[in-house]
Design a protein around this ligand. Sequence first.
Ligand code: FE2
Ligand code: FE2
Length: 165
Amino acid sequence: MASLEWTPALVLDLPVMDAVHEEFVALLGQVEAADDAQLCALWDELITHTQHHFDQEDHWMQTTGFATGNCHSQQHKVVLAVMREGAAKGAQGDLDTIRHMAAELGPWFSHHAQNMDAALALHMRRAGFDPVSGEVLMPEALPAEPITGCGGACSTSEDKEEAIA
Ligand SMILES: [Fe+2]
Ligand SMILES: [Fe+2]
């Protein structure tokens, strides 16, 4: 059974971001439903998609006042590194690791989208940032100092320390 379904709770009212998220959910569902022969290829496809997904959000953050090492981008980096470890294990015939990671990715994504991505979407809307053109309509709404946290509820001082560490 899929560990993640596309539900209205995941919609963040930012069509470009929502479309990529919906694709992620569909691809993860394919990975979880894959037989052994298809698993590694579909996992690789999910990694390629996730790289694009995270690069896009990282780019939006860089354009709208986030520090390079902000906690949201750091989380993207860690998740991709773990997914690549899974691909390496899979290539050695260890398919259980990929299946285990896929089952964990569902709940991880739900939490990530509803916290870090939701905060980013809100930040982008407040600044009038158009993700398609890259235009910032309200630059005065951007922070004076680079944002090191995720810009949302997770941006506690603890997160900031982790992002710096
Ligand atoms: Fe995302
Ligand atoms: Fe994200």
